[in-house]
Design a protein around this ligand. Structure first.
Ligand code: ADP
Length: 541
């Protein structure tokens, strides 16, 4: 797959020794079990197709005009860990999985490509693909957002005093999380890449760009504002690529995609959907998609997603709000009517801690089994699990932190570890929620949740207990995909306005706090002590 040979010592994705196992039979339901059987299809029943390209899987979901899911198809993605702290995906596998699931979802719902009113993309953000414009082949594996390989470059830039400039223009921290330093790494480490890039032969894209390119057979090299805002190269005030930041990172302007709104007709999809010409009309980063899908349209409205990571995002209105508490300022979306900004607290390892217990530790066979295991004990028995596998994100931003399990005793069992893992998602979310409340100058009275792990009732109860606020789970937990579908459907007139989107938001269950505020605080204080011990681990020799 490499048009340009990688360095000899580099282990490409697909060949990595530590590549995670493929999904086991039946582990990922092809059709979501929570979805009732589709009603008989009628000719007037057009759908919007959402391509939900997440970190752990590629999914395709069809939404009808009532915002109901007609069908879902899903493929788990291989995760490649060629070295400690490195995480890669195979861009071709992503594309293949996206095509297969789209076809499967359509077949399952019994609908044809001419019934697709619009196609929208929600994608894992920051993950970086560089490909050759002529051959369409990636020059390297996709470097995933969790990857820490550029920690030293970020530290050098920070030491040179560039941090405040990046922060002011992009709203981001100088952290390996974002795409900019990953692009730079590819240019520096893949033979011939820099020369090819300078000749205008290479294209960069986050996964939205990569899919748009593939969906249109290379006619479109575009991204949307919400994805552009995660690259460290995009000025969130002017909504344009920043020449000075590009120059600072040594990235040729010619590699960058054209920046478009999150909701507009970009072009027609071809090839993969039988040349049907459905309009590609929505592109948005997954967390901003969930914010939109949860109808968080008013300033102050916030949601927390429990996926691979945990992402708390709050709509802050038409102006960027700088953070005093080490959160990120980012673009939420741009539609024909409005541009919205958001504050975000990004936690790198959320549901991924459960995946780790499943794949690396063999503690459970499937992710949902963790609920039953953790439910065997009333508390974590004093165990604190800080899953800083990929460093720590907000509000600590320590790429050198590493995971620790503290407080082990002779009495510690599997169930305690499982419970501590669930608690780790909640404590990390609590840290960013506290920071966000300080930035916004107001409390978040109710937390709207979504993401694969929010199906876990015990997890949601622990979260309500610790935060001391109600946690509200929507009936439709496919909020990320729905956000992308909604943005695409708005652009094509399938839905006629934000009110019709908001009407589809319904509550499934509210989890009320069941412990005292004092108890929540003392558990939180213990967590913070454990976090301190995980910091600077890689630098601590
Ligand atoms: P992404 O979009 O980041 O790929 P998803 O929203 O699909 O993630 O959620 C998948 C993540 O949630 C995985 O990391 C998985 O381990 C975790 N997960 C899924 N179901 C559960 C569950 N019932 N309890 C806890 N974690 C879960």
């Amino acid at each position: 797959m490499h048009a340009i040979a990688p360095p000899a010592d580099f282990q490409a994705c697909g060949k990595g020794k530590l590549a995670a196992r493929a999904p086991r039979n039946g582990e990922i339901a092809r059709k979501s079990p929570s979805i009732p059987p589709a009603a008989p299809y009628t000719a007037s029943m057009k759908c919007v197709l959402a391509l939900d390209q997440g970190t752990t899987s590629s999914r395709s979901i069809l939404f009808d005009h009532d915002g109901a899911v007609r069908s879902v198809a899903q493929r788990e993605l291989h995760q490649h860990f060629p070295r400690p702290g490195w995480v890669e995906h195979d861009p071709e596998e992503i594309w293949e999985a996206q095509q297969q699931t789209a076809r499967e979802a359509m077949r399952h719902a019994g609908i044809h490509c001419e019934d697709i009113a619009a196609v929208g993309i929600a994608n894992q953000r920051e993950t970086t693909v560089v490909w050759n414009r002529r051959s369409g082949e990636p020059v390297h594996c996709a470097i995933v957002w969790q990857d820490r390989r550029t920690a030293d470059l970020c530290a050098r830039l920070e030491a040179d005093g560039a941090g405040p400039l990046f922060r002011e223009r992009t709203g981001l921290m100088l952290d390996p999380y974002f795409s900019g330093t990953k692009i730079r790494w590819i240019l520096d480490h893949v033979d011939g890449a820099r020369t090819a890039a300078e000749r205008g032969e290479l294209a960069f894209g986050t996964i939205d760009s990569w899919l748009a390119w593939k969906l249109t057979s290379g006619r479109l090299h575009i991204t949307d504002v919400s994805n552009a805002a995660r690259t460290l190269l995009f000025n969130i005030h002017t909504l344009a690529w920043d020449e000075e930041l590009l120059a600072l990172l040594g990235i040729p302007r010619s590699m960058m995609p054209e920046v478009r709104a999150s909701s507009e007709v970009y072009g027609e999809v071809d090839r993969f959907l039988c040349q049907c010409g459905s309009p590609l009309a929505g592109m948005v980063g997954d967390q901003q998609a969930a914010l939109f899908g949860q109808a968080c349209f008013e300033p102050g409205a916030a949601k927390n997603t429990y996926g691979t990571g945990c992402f708390l995002v709050m709509n802050t209105g038409p102006q960027p709000m700088p953070s005093q508490n080490r959160l990120l300022t980012t673009v939420a979306w741009k539609t024909a009517e409005e541009t919205r900004y958001a504050l975000e607290g990004s936690v790198f390892i959320g549901g991924a801690v459960v995946q780790w217990l499943r794949d690396q530790m063999g503690l459970v066979r499937t992710a949902p089994e963790i609920e039953q295991l953790a439910g065997q004990v009333d508390d974590a028995g004093g165990v604190c699990f800080v899953p800083a596998f990929a460093g720590l994100g907000a509000p600590h931003w320590d790429p050198h932190a590493r995971g620790i399990v503290a407080g082990l005793t002779r009495g510690t069992g599997k169930a305690h570890i499982a419970r501590a893992a669930l608690e780790s998602m909640c404590f990390q979310s609590m840290e960013v929620l506290r920071a966000m409340e300080r930035d916004a100058g107001r409390p978040i009275p109710v937390l709207r949740v979504d993401g694969g792990a929010c199906a876990n009732n015990l997890l949601m109860q622990i979260q309500a207990d610790l935060l001391q606020v109600p946690v509200e789970r929507p009936r439709q937990i496919e909020t990320t995909a729905f956000g992308a579908a909604a943005l695409a459907g708005l652009a094509t007139g399938f839905w006629d306005g934000m009110e019709s989107i908001a009407r589809h938001h319904q509550v499934d269950r509210v989890f009320e706090p069941r412990i005292t505020a004092d108890e929540a605080e003392s558990r939180f204080a213990r967590w913070l002590r454990a976090v301190e011990r995980s910091k600077q681990w890689e630098d601590g020799e």
